[in-house]
Design a binder for this molecule. Structure first.
Ligand SMILES: Nc1nc2c(ncn2[C@@H]2O[C@H](COP(=O)(O)OP(=O)(O)OP(=O)(O)O)[C@@H](O)[C@H]2O)c(=O)[nH]1
Length: 412
């Protein structure tokens, strides 16, 4: 048997969970409902008990016994109503057994006390006791052990009082005992079934909650995986900059925004100079370190609204919205000089890294981000040809297919 199944198994006789913690959790979950239902049932039962004063008056008339009866009924009603108020106003998480048992025992005692005062109506009292026994079982919710003990007290007490004060014959005692056993049996098994059903429902509710929790955990785990996957797709693993595809998506949004708002827009292609010889001289891991440092400088030299990505190998790309030629030149020059001044430690102390930057500034009739990239790339090529470590601006849009050369402005 699984431990969960064991935890939620119900005792066949008490109708309670075998596991004490589980039973306590169940009681906590129903405590406010039980308090309210018990208090209501006690008040109703006490009022019915009190109303029988009218029948007492009809049978007994206004004599000393009647007044004693009135006092008995009034005391029982007052005690029960007081206890009902206390039960409702208790703000405990678990209901207190003794507190719920008390009004039942008081009511049972009140019913027993009628016998010595009205022994002649013992037959009517048999009916009253049977009704009270069933009412205990059926109206007091979820308190099988309490109700059973109070009902047995009422039944046994009734038989003893019937013999002592009403002179009940042995046959009558047997007849009443059988009736009481039947009432207790019916009441007990009805309430036992109810208790088992309620706890079964509670178990199902818990199982559903467990399943929901598992589902939520799974959803959170999936979301985490998706987030990790998204980061892998969107981020370049080495430099932490945008991956090429993610850069293209973000740059496209910026580019379209700039076009619609008729705002200037610039694009950089940035290439590390002589990177192959860096790799060859100091090894690939040191080459990676150089790339990471240059990526950091790139990110630090841009505004937060700019987008920068690794285009591939030792090549970076940046989109600068709201930046015309002058702004673009200033940023590119700042970036170039910062890279040139980058200090390296230990083995690479003598390395002087540099980048060549090709700039394309969007014209009013530019429609394609890719065309802008091509122009920046061409300016970059010119910069490499002219000696590297420089910023080159592609001034004119190339007439695709015409073979016409673009005009470039170079800055060192
Ligand atoms: N360490 C490292 N090297 C890389 C990475 N990606 C590309 N490379 C290397 O970068 C080098 C680029 O060499 P080239 O394309 O000849 O360019 P270059 O040596 O920088 O020459 P110029 O661009 O003309 O100045 C190649 O040797 C690639 O193997 C990388 O992620 N890490």
């Amino acid at each position: 048997m699984s431990s969960l199944h064991e935890k939620r198994s119900i005792h066949w006789l008490t109708g309670q969970f075998r596991n004490a913690d589980q039973e306590a959790e169940y009681r906590r979950s129903i405590s406010s409902q039980v308090r309210l239902e018990t208090a209501l049932a006690v008040v109703v039962a006490a009022l019915i008990y009190g109303i029988f004063m009218i029948a007492d008056y009809q049978v007994m008339g206004p004599n000393r016994k009647f007044y004693l009866m009135v006092i008995t009924r009034a005391v029982v009603v007052c005690l029960c109503i007081t206890l009902a108020v206390i039960i409702v106003s208790r703000r405990r998480h678990v209901y207190e057994t003794w507190l719920h048992a008390m009004p039942l025992w008081i009511l049972a005692t009140g019913i027993l006390l009628i016998i010595p005062m009205r022994p002649e109506s013992i037959n009517a009292q048999v009916t009253g006791t049977l009704v009270a026994t069933l009412a205990f079982y059926l109206m007091i919710p979820n308190l099988l052990t309490i109700v059973t003990s109070a009902s047995l007290y009422l039944g046994i007490g009734f038989l003893v009082f019937a013999v002592l004060f009403a002179g009940a014959s042995p046959w009558m005692v047997i007849r009443v005992a059988l009736l009481l056993i039947m009432a207790n049996g019916v009441g007990f098994f009805a309430l036992l079934r109810l208790e088992k059903l309620r706890r079964g429902q509670f178990s199902l509710l818990l199982e559903e909650r467990d399943r929901n929790r598992q589902l939520l955990d799974e959803i959170a785990h999936r979301e985490l995986l998706e987030e990790q996957l998204r980061r892998v797709v969107e981020r370049d693993a080495l430099t932490g900059l945008d991956s090429r595809s993610h850069f293209m998506k973000r740059a496209e949004v910026l580019w379209q925004g700039s076009r619609q708002g008729k705002m200037p827009f610039s694009l950089f292609m940035i290439d590390v100079d002589h990177f192959k010889s860096i790799n060859d001289t100091w090894g690939h891991s040191q080459g990676d370190l150089v790339l990471t440092k240059i990526a950091e400088v790139c990110a630090q030299s841009m505004r937060s609204t700019d987008v920068i990505g690794r285009f591939g190998g030792e090549e970076f790309v940046a989109a600068l919205p709201d930046s015309g030629l002058d702004d673009a030149l200033m940023v590119a020059e700042r970036l170039r000089t910062r890279v040139a001044a980058l200090p390296f430690e230990e083995r690479m102390r003598e390395l002087q890294a540099s980048v060549t930057i090709g700039i394309a500034v969007a014209h009013g009739d530019d429609v394609d981000l890719q065309a802008l990239i091509t122009r920046a790339d061409r300016a970059l090529y010119v910069g490499k040809r002219e000696g590297r470590n420089r910023v080159v601006v592609c001034d004119e849009q190339r007439d695709e297919g015409s073979g016409e050369e673009s005009e470039e402005r170079s800055l060192t």
